[in-house]
Design a protein around this ligand. Sequence first.
Ligand code: 4AD
Ligand code: MG
Length: 483
Amino acid sequence: MTKRLKIAEILRTEPLNTTIQVKGWVKAFRNNQFLALNDGSTASNLQVVVDFENTDTAILDRLKFGAAIRAQGTLIESQGKGQKVELKATEIEIYGDCNPEEFPLQPKKQTLEFLREHAHLRFRTNTFAAVFRIRHKLAFAIHKFFEDRGFVYLHTPVITASDAEGAGEMFRVTTLPFDGTPRTESGEVDFSQDFFKRSTNLTVSGQLEAELGAMALGEVYTFGPTFRAENSNTTRHLAEFWMIEPEVAFNDLQDNMDLAEGMLSFVIGYVLEHCADDLKILEERLIEEEKSKPQDQRSEMTLTEKLRFVIDNKFERLTYTEAIDILKNSTPNKKGKFQYPVEGWGTDLQSEHERYLVEKHFKKPVILTNYPAEIKAFYMRQDDPKEGVPGPTVAAMDILFPGIGEIVGGSQREERYDLLVRRMHEMHIPEEELSWYLDTRRFGSCPHAGYGLGFERLVLFVTGMTNIRDVIAFPRYPGSAEF
Ligand code: 4AD
Ligand code: MG
């Protein structure tokens, strides 16, 4: 049996003058002779030279774009330009035909919108194959980063009864019937008859459970799907997205920022080092896309320059209060160019404000800290009052990236039992529901901190794609749960 080699391996090891077998999909076939084959192992195709004189015309006619085939022959130094090696085929077998009249994809550029509607087929385009190989490498790099530092990967539940963020944007999980839903005497849905004998939902974050783990394992992280039923129809929101949430005992806000910045630099560096071919495809795609934009809206850097820039420069760190000052005095604010004018301290930042700070003012990633307590979750550590800061703040941090806005959200946690309970009361979070969480503060509590990285926002940044729906295989968003 002749060994099947993957194209990535062939191009890496170039086993010249040996008989090999390759299997993949036809990317192009010209002059009845030169066939570009791709098997997904790399962005590059292998040139297969078909011996058309000794091949059945019935076979030649079936070598269409998209067809799945096997080719066997000798690997030789390429006679033509454009590649170093080529396979001189002696045998061609067709596994699956691909009728060009019916196949929705064409061997030419198709819009991302069209491909989104054909998400089941879009892996077969060069762009999406590159995106998903990079997505994989990023996931691997994240695990590597934490593994190298002794973190424990904790699998937190997908079904939970808690609303970690207290934002109420949850998908309910139930087996209760819609018709004849059981009711209590007071007329409310009787969840005691539900599967879990209580009301449950899909998790919005694994943080609270990760905190429990950190209180014994020291350094943990989660990496799993999270769900938000927020009605956000934007290029940066999904209803189902993957989040990485490290949680570290004895870390304070500074440590937390250092960890997040270190992680982002590491994983971006990893992709630069290991995904050059795929980045090239995406960089070229981006250059093409930018051509349709007016000059002043085009990016000043190529994709790889942008990635390099992020790892070569320290992120700018400043407080929310300082950011508000910058925004209030900014030209777009004074000229009424912001859709949401920045009036005063205390309001949440809109993505236009975040992007102004990152893209126009500092021109690099920014970490904003010490946000008003009012606009952040109940678990964040309350800061001591500070002169010049109009209201109570918490030890929060958000990392803002160019073109993305918020990519990471995190904080030092409130480890002081009394202060945490008081804050929960103020925010109308029932203590009984989170008694297990409060136990961490009752028994051996310690300062600790963590953050959440939105995985798709990271993939979006690294691939230079512009819509988050194009960096997850089967996106879920309002009105859409196809495939
Ligand atoms: O800022 P968020 O809501 O923070 C948390 O969930 C904390 N529990 C994290 C923690 O401290 N452990 O979400 C964290 C990140 C955001 O910065 C963003 O990158 C991403 O998750 N994110 C989304 N990504 C895609 N679609 C959505 N709807 C997202 N919502 C948040
Ligand atoms: Mg956030």
